[in-house]
Design a protein around this ligand. Structure first.
Ligand SMILES: Cc1cc2nc3c(=O)[nH]c(=O)nc-3n(C[C@H](O)[C@H](O)[C@H](O)COP(=O)(O)OP(=O)(O)OC[C@H]3O[C@@H](n4cnc5c(N)ncnc54)[C@H](O)[C@@H]3O)c2cc1C
Length: 419
């Protein structure tokens, strides 16, 4: 008989097992794959974006999916605690742009290895290649689990850390959701977040801009009345199916939500390629350039203001021949061009599927979870942590932070409740 069984060896499950074992529980960690921490090992481009050093309010703001539910958890264990935790395990971290924290080694595997080492130190029992089939409940109490092989294992409590449904090759195939339902929980509808966006605009189908990266642009998702629902200023890239890159990943969940809310086949995005410049200033600046360089071609006079392919694309869309000489350009066309620079609108029709998303939106409703312990409010002895919960953040270490924090609380409290 174990005190605590943890299902899933991602960041939330590894941390839950450590938290439980530190509180003297007899712990079994089970994973269906042959290795633990597979998704963690490919996160942050293989460097593992362990957490983020922004202030807590900022962290919460970067978790648009129920981030506020985490205020209680952060009061017990937060991003600074994660940093100290890893430093105590001998993993030195460094801060990069936007507060993102990475191991100095730049190797995600070093983070995974440190966690595995700690599990060994704490004598946590580990079973890999062992898919869990269901969780056992008796007389309104969690009593253990059954493996796919039919083997039953008893425990006083069970921590579900089985992840979402994205990138299923890593083992996250959504197995935890039916278990939660069996315990009486509600699952908020699953959807892809942090995912590339698709478009059937002709310029995408024709691959006119394929491979073009734009730096530090402002991308907005518009509601049906043309007002921005959200704007993100970051980099983006045009692909053969649509758009991708950090600004797009962050906007993607708003595309999905707008489609659902207003039953839309297509959603309009607006791209501001020069967000630091005010429209009127830009117009006056261009009028001056065109006047000063009146004998040059437009293309040459405006060289450098935008990446060349995007400049030519917008000039053509504004009805300006890039090879025409500046003196021939009407102020009306120049205005249209400035409009295009500041707000190039185009339609998108969805995203790549959930399997291709970095993160799963939706999951076990947080209304049914105790915010400071991660205990189920519905089933004694049952705990949830990580991406199986309806908590989803932007990439940048926010999801891993949520997984580690909720994992820590789930494991610790599962152990305390078993004493
Ligand atoms: C390519 C990529 C890059 C990412 N980069 C970032 C980033 O930079 N920053 C960030 O914050 N987030 C990032 N994420 C998201 C982040 O990795 C996840 O949010 C996080 O791993 C979720 O942790 P978890 O412990 O909840 O679940 P997972 O890491 O998904 O782990 C779940 C575990 O449960 C096991 N399991 C599932 N079902 C069963 C079963 N029936 N029986 C036994 N075991 C089972 C699985 O095998 C798996 O090991 C990235 C994701 C991907 C795919």
């Amino acid at each position: 008989m174990y005190d605590v069984i943890v299902i899933g060896g991602g960041p939330s499950g590894l941390m839950a097992a450590i938290g439980a074992a530190e509180n003297k529980a007899k712990v079994l960690l089970i994973d269906k794959g042959n290795k633990l921490g597979r998704k963690l090992a490919i996160s942050g481009g293989g460097r593992c974006n362990v957490t983020n050093r922004l202030p807590i309010d900022e962290i919460i703001r970067h978790i648009p999916g129920n981030g506020r539910f985490l205020y209680g958890a952060f009061s017990v264990f937060n991003n600074e605690d994660i940093i100290s935790f890893f430093e105590n395990l001998g993993i030195e971290l460094k801060e990069e742009d936007h507060g993102r924290m990475f191991p100095v080694s730049n190797r995600a595997q070093s983070v995974v290895d440190a966690l595995l080492n700690q599990l060994e130190q704490l004598r946590v029992e580990i079973k890999v290649n062992s898919p869990v089939k269901e969780i056992l409940f008796k007389d309104h109490q969690t009593t253990g689990i059954v493996l796919e092989t039919g083997e039953k294992i008893s425990s006083k409590s069970v921590v579900v850390a089985s992840g979402g449904k994205s990138v299923p090759q890593t083992g996250s195939t959504g197995d935890g959701f039916p278990w939660a339902i069996a315990a009486g929980h509600t699952i908020s509808e699953l959807f892809p977040t942090e995912v590339p966006v698709t478009s059937s605009e002709n310029f995408i189908k024709d691959k006119t801009l394929q491979g073009l990266s734009l730096r530090d642009v402002a991308l907005s998702v518009l509601n049906p009345k043309g007002k921005p629902l959200i704007t993100h200023q970051m980099d983006m890239i045009f692909t053969h199916f649509g758009i991708s890159g950090p600004a797009v990943l962050r906007c993607s969940q708003f595309v999905v939500k707008a489609q659902k809310k207003w039953k839309l086949d297509e959603v309009t995005l607006a791209l501001d390629a020069l967000p630091e410049r005010r429209k009127e200033d830009l117009y006056n600046e261009l009028i001056k350039v065109i006047k000063d360089e009146s004998k040059k071609t437009v293309k040459n006079a405006l060289k450098g203001m935008l990446p060349e392919r995007y400049l030519l694309f917008l000039l053509e869309r504004s009805g300006i021949d890039p090879g025409a000489i500046c003196s021939s350009i009407s102020s009306e066309k120049l205005r249209t061009f400035v409009e295009m620079c500041k707000q190039f609108s185009f339609r998108v029709n969805g995203t790549l599927p959930l399997e291709k998303a970095f993160v799963t939106g939706g999951g076990v409703s947080v209304k049914e979870i105790e915010p400071k312990t991660m205990a189920s409010k519905l089933m004694p002895g049952l705990y949830f942590c990580g991406e199986v919960l309806d908590i989803y953040g932007y990439t940048g270490g926010y999801n891993i932070t949520s997984a580690l924090v909720t994992g820590r609380l789930a494991g610790t409290n599962a152990a305390l409740s078993s004493n």
